[in-house]
Each structure stands twice: as C-alpha cells, then as structure tokens.
Ligand binder design. Structure first.
Ligand SMILES: Cc1cc2nc3c(=O)[nH]c(=O)nc-3n(C[C@H](O)[C@H](O)[C@H](O)COP(=O)(O)OP(=O)(O)OC[C@H]3O[C@@H](n4cnc5c(N)ncnc54)[C@H](O)[C@@H]3O)c2cc1C
Length: 282
C-alpha cells in the first residue's frame, strides 16, 4: 500500500516544529520514520501534514549534566549503542540499543520516536522505567518533565500531548556499585522484544541495596516488576535469592497472548529473562 496524500514540512527549528504542530489540526511529527512510515503505508495513520524534525540540532546530542545523562530525543539507537559516555554511565542502554532491529533501523530510528510511539514490544520503555528516567516535552505552554512511570499510559499510549514535542530524556547516573543489564527474547525477523527485561542493582558488600527491574513485551505497556525489586532488596546477591525473586515477574499484569507466544509461555519467558538480566547485572 502507499500512504494517503500529505503535505511535507521540514522544520528548521524546534520553535518552527512546535508552531507547525499547533497550526495544523491533523499533523504528525516525523523523526526516523521507522514506525510512522509503515503505519502510513498500512493507512493506520493518515495525517494531512508531516513535520520532519529529523535534522533539528536541538534534539541531538548525549551529555552528562549534574549527575544526569541527557539524551536528545533525536538521537538514534545507533548513536546510543556506540556512545562511550552511555557505556560508562548506564551500560544497559548501549547494550539494549545494539539489539534494536538491524543496522538500518538503528542508524535512523530515534529514542524519542520510539518512546512517543510506545509500541508494547519496543525496548526503550523498559529501560526508561528501570533507569527512572524523566522525559522532557515542550508544548505551547512551555516545557514539562514526565517520569517514565507516568509516561506510558497504555497500548501505544503515552502522556505526551498532541501539541507537544518530546525533546530529551534525563537519566539519573546510578551510584558506584551499580550494575545493569538488558536481556531480551526477540522476534527473530524484526528483533522486537517478545520479552525484554532491564535490571539495575546497587550493592554494598554483596547485599542488594537498590533493585530496579522492568519489562517490555509482556503486557500492553512496559511495567516495573516491584515484586521482584522488593523480594531482592536487602538480600544477598546470590542465585537462590534471584530465583525466589523472579517468580513474581508477571504477577499483577494482563500477560499478552499472540501468535509469537501464548500467555503461559510469555509468563515463563518473563521469569527466565528476569533471571538472566539479574544474573548478568553482576
Ligand atoms: C524492521 C524494523 C525492526 C525494528 N526493531 C525494533 C526493535 O527490535 N526494538 C524496538 O524497540 N524497536 C524496533 N523498531 C522500531 C524502531 O526502533 C523505530 O525507530 C522507533 O520505534 C520509532 O522511532 P522513529 O525515530 O523511527 O520515529 P517515527 O517513526 O518517525 O515516529 C514514531 C511516532 O513518534 C512520533 N514522534 C517521533 N519523534 C517525536 C518527538 N520527538 N516528539 C513527539 N513525537 C514524536 C511520531 O509522530 C510518530 O507518531 C523496528 C522498526 C523496524 C522498521
């Protein structure tokens, strides 16, 4: 299929993008186009205006700022995968970025586009939840920050307003003694997550002081597995405690069932991938 007709605008500044978004009723932002263009081709989305933000310098760059890693919304998955700063400060982000799609997808698709799209099988949402990221958005009334916990509201749904642009992601740099990992069981063709698990553990003398675990692919939106976090916090980091903790991986959520994995199999994979992520964050 080919998309329905639309008017293409290339924004030359963030302000122009915002103005265009607010001038045209039926407009969509275009970043890497790796989720939007397929949706246009299938006519799942038929906007009258496309506003290209892919060349905006304001949305680029990865930097450290006052104990926070700041990633521009327009940064590609590939740039994150290759960033020495990301590898040093929050390694699971680079690890996960390298598992997204193929080289073409990673070279063009952006973290901001992925978060705004909120595909339930996308990798970034789980990482944002585990890392307790703050998502910065800009709208006609200025800028606001939304915690990752509040950002993902449902199946392809977020707290982002239709008149807002996601501008950056702020990730607190974890304290010394923190290890992270992202592990996923992927759909072999697209590499989207059938189950993806992000884990972040801060330890003192072998005891888990702080544990963050989040999943994607399991339910209609990414979620924090607070049962696992609570079960492991204050306990020794060992295989017995990890094994006991992961039993609650899919508790309290409606586990999806589709032609890739039944509810029962996905629940099993959630436990397996939680164990893998927690063990790899050593
Ligand atoms: C073959 C293939 C394999 C893939 N495999 C994976 C995978 O393994 N894991 C994974 O997580 N993803 C995967 N993806 C999705 C890919 O990561 C996309 O790049 C990503 O989901 C969307 O980013 P984008 O920059 O391409 O956004 P676009 O497609 O341009 O936009 C997506 C949506 O976000 C909105 N948007 C974009 N930027 C902003 C912004 N700054 N502010 C507000 N709204 C915005 C757009 O209006 C649109 O609604 C795959 C895609 C393909 C085609």
């Amino acid at each position: 299929m080919i998309p329905t007709g639309f008017t293409y605008h290339r924004a030359s500044s963030l302000k122009e993008a915002l103005d265009l978004l607010n001038t045209h009723d039926d407009a969509k932002l275009l970043a890497g186009g790796h989720s939007l263009i397929p949706a246009l081709k299938l006519r799942l989305n038929q906007p009258a205006h496309l506003i290209d933000i892919s060349r905006l310098d304001d949305l680029k760059g990865i930097k450290e700022e006052g104990g926070t890693l700041v990633i521009g919304a327009g940064v590609t998955h590939g740039e994150i995968a290759h960033s020495d700063l990301v590898k040093e400060k929050v390694a699971m982000l680079a690890e996960a970025a390298d598992l997204i799609g193929d080289v073409q997808v990673r070279n063009v698709g952006t973290i901001g586009g992925s978060l705004a799209h909120a595909d339930p099988a996308a990798d970034w949402p789980a990482l944002m939840l585990a890392a307790e990221a703050e998502i910065t958005v800009l709208g006609p009334n200025g800028s606001r920050s939304i915690s990752a916990e509040d950002f993902f509201t449902g199946f392809y749904e977020t707290a982002l307003g239709e008149d807002e642009v996601l501008t950056s992601i702020r990730i607190p740099i974890p304290p010394a003694g923190t290890s992270t990992s992202y592990q996923k069981f992927m759909q072999p063709a697209s590499r989207f997550a059938i189950v993806g698990c992000a884990a972040m553990i801060t330890r003192t003398n072998g005891t888990c002081d702080r544990v963050r675990v989040a999943f994607t692919g399991v339910a209609d939106k990414a979620y924090r597995a607070k049962g696992i976090e609570d079960a492991l916090t204050g306990k020794a980091y060992d295989t017995g405690n990890i094994e006991a903790a992961v039993s609650s991986a899919a508790e309290g959520v409606d586990v999806m069932s589709d032609h890739f994995a039944s509810e029962e199999y996905r629940s099993h994979l959630a436990r397996v991938y939680a164990r893998k992520a927690l063990s790899a964050a050593s």
